[in-house]
Write a protein that binds this ligand. Structure first.
Ligand SMILES: Cc1ncc(COP(=O)(O)O)c(C=O)c1O
Length: 388
């Protein structure tokens, strides 16, 4: 069967390829440890699950979701409270917030809501691969903006060619950043707003790791910057802070025109989020902030363990303080892929090659801390043995 041409432009999704490789090795009896995927293994906190179960008993909730594409007003109000208490950001639940089936859904529907065929859409290199796929599926032209270690992995707006900036109608950004772990600063966000305003670029600030911070790093939302709501939206998600990746719930917040446009796309695409999941999410946001702190302590412990093991084999670096990933420089004389392949072939430990996130990912691999402690310890033991 012939399928749509637009799909041929999209590179294979990194984790699908990795999964195939891992599954094959496991089928061959190899004890594979994957540090490649950012999907927490700990369960969703029990009270959130209990709320889902309770609400699922009510037949009213088996119907199409309330307020369909926008999300329940009660959910949007709770998101507004969360943004107020966590970031000091004021949002109108009726017009400035939208429920999402995860922030990944928001990325895709943002593109459909904003860009016209042939528009340039800026994204970072390295960057989260789903942006490119969304841009291409929406008929846009992705333009890679390098983010380099010497600039704190933040884009330098002055280096973006003026003709590209003029043609661009949207930009994806993501801090705390996957894959580098870098965090934004408030001055950077002010520059971002000014750049977006100058070139009429709609910002899609993807912030699902906003809570995953270490070492006293400040919690930052794009919407804290003056004028942010004039130029863009922020996407966020319950996936990472509450171990709810599989539940598929997130939110978009910010510019009311963009929120209305994404609602329109959703109205014609999906019918929103299962009500019991929205109730459970309300419960999470309202009552479960302490569970986030507990998870951060777990990740902080694992992070130290990995850094110490890497230091012992001569890979010492000062990592940025966000996300549950470590963006690790590979040993001198090796490419990212050579290092990744050697790890897999010799130790059955899987890490993500930096080049999977763009050409500027060369020289790095990404290690995820979302594996049980004992497996992480075993993985690091094997790596140390191989590179000792
Ligand atoms: C930068 C980034 N954005 C979005 C997502 C997807 O998040 P969600 O589960 O909310 O769709 C991920 C998941 O890994 C991510 O790394």
């Amino acid at each position: 069967m012939q399928t749509a041409d637009r799909l041929t432009k999209i590179p294979p999704y990194l984790f699908m390829e990795l999964r195939k490789k891992i599954n094959q090795a496991k089928a061959d009896g190899v004890d594979v440890i994957s540090l490649a995927i950012g999907d927490p293994v700990e369960p969703t906190p029990a009270p959130i699950i209990a709320e889902l179960c309770r609400r699922a008993q009510d037949p009213e909730n088996h119907r199409y979701p309330t307020d369909e594409e926008k999300g329940m007003l009660a959910f949007r109000r709770e998101v507004a409270r969360w943004y107020e208490t966590r970031y000091g950001v004021d949002l109108k639940p009726e017009t400035e917030i939208l429920g999402l089936i995860g922030s990944k859904e928001g990325c895709h529907h943002f593109v459909l809501a904003r860009i016209n065929p042939g528009d340039v859409v800026l994204m970072t290199d390295p960057g989260y691969p789903a942006y490119r796929a969304s841009i291409l599926m929406g008929g846009g032209e992705p333009y890679n903006v390098p983010i380099l270690r010497e600039n704190g992995y933040l884009p330098v707006f002055a280096d973006i060619p003026a003709d590209i900036a003029k043609r661009a109608t949207a930009m994806f950004l993501n801090y705390p950043n996957n894959p580098t772990g870098a965090c934004a600063t408030k001055p950077f966000l002010n520059d971002l707003v000014a750049f977006a305003r100058q070139f009429d670029i709609a910002v899609c600030y993807d912030n699902p790791y906003s809570e995953i911070l270490f070492g006293g790093q400040e919690r930052i939302s794009f919407l804290m910057a003056a004028g942010a709501k004039d130029v863009g939206i922020e996407l966020n998600s319950l996936s990472k802070p509450f171990n709810m990746c599989g539940w598929r719930i997130g939110m978009a917040a910010g510019n009311p025109d963009l929120i209305a446009a994404i609602s329109k796309v959703k109205e014609n695409t999906d019918s929103g989020i299962f009500n019991p999941i929205q109730y459970a999410a309300i419960h999470a946001l309202a009552n479960n902030a302490p569970a986030v702190e507990d998870m951060l302590a777990v990740y902080a412990r694992r992070r130290e363990r990995v850094l110490a093991a890497l230091a012992r084999i001569g890979i010492a670096f000062d990592p940025p303080k966000g996300t549950f990933y470590l963006w690790v420089p590979v040993p001198k004389g090796m490419t990212s892929l050579e290092f990744t392949n050697r790890l897999f072939d010799k130790t059955a430990v899987v890490v993500a090659s930096g080049t999977a996130y763009g050409q500027y990912g060369e020289g790095f691999v990404r290690i995820s801390l979302t594996v049980p402690d004992d497996r992480l310890t075993e993985a690091m033991r094997r790596i140390e043995q191989e590179f000792a």
